[in-house]
Design a protein around this ligand. Sequence first.
Ligand SMILES: [Zn+2]
Length: 272
Amino acid sequence: MASPEEIARRAASDTWLAPYDDSFGGPPTTFAAPSATFSAPAPAWTTPTRPRRKTGVKLVGIVACFILAVGVVNIVWDWITPERLAVPGVENVQLAANGLPEGYEWAGDLQAGGDKLICGPVTWELTGDTPSGGRTAVEEAVELAGAMTGVTIKPVEDVKVPAVEITFEYVSSRELRDASDGATPDTVGMAMTYHTSFGITSSEILLDEPFFEDTLSSDRDEAVLVIVHEIGHAFGLGHSDLKDSVMYPTLSDSTRVFPEDVAAFSAVAPDC
Ligand SMILES: [Zn+2]
C-alpha cells in the first residue's frame, strides 16, 4: 500500500474535487486502463464536542439513593437503548431513485448503478502499529460491515486473488490531517477508495490513533462504528442525513446501526 507521503502526493496532484468533501487519491495501483483512472473521494468522519452522558446527568440529582437509582437507571437505559451493533431488518426501508434509502448518497463519482464492488473476494489487512484492542475492533467492524453488505470480508492472507482489497492503518492525527485537505482536527477516520470502470478495487482506511486509543477503552461500540462508517466509504457510500445513523457524517453517543444503513450497505454489491 501507499505510504502517507504517497497518499498526500496523490491527493495534491489530483484536480478533481468531490462536491461535498474532502479527499481523493490517485489512480488505482493495480490496474492500468487509462480510461479508468479516477478515484472516489474519502469523506471524513468528524466528532463534535462530546455531550455529557445521559446517565451521568441523572446521577447528579439522585445521589441520595445512589445504588438503587443506578440500578434502575441502567435497567431503564438498557431497555430504551437499542443494541448499537445489532443488525436490524430492512423490511420497511424504501429505496430512492439512486438505489439507496432516502437521504443516503453514493460517494462522489460512485453514482448509483455505476461503480459498486467488483464481485469476488473482498479482503482486509491491518498494517502498522495498532493500539490495544485495535485489531479486534477492526475484526468486529469487518464482520459487521460484511453482515450488512451480504459479503464475506476475509483476511488478505486467506485469499490468493482478491477482487477488492481494504487496508486499515492507525495513524497519528497529523498524518490523518496531512492525507486530506478536507480533514479537520475533529476528523477521526478517512477512506481513500480506488475504482476502475469495472468497479471498486481497493480502499485505504486511515484511523486516528489517539481517538481510538481513548475510545477503545471508554466506548468500544463507538470505535467499531467509526470503522464500519469508513468501510461504508470503502464500499462507495457517501453520507446520510439520517441523524445518528452509521453513515451520518458526525459521530455521537447515540450513533448506531439503522435499518437504512443496512439497506445502503446491501446496495453496494446486490448481484454478488
Ligand atoms: Zn464519512
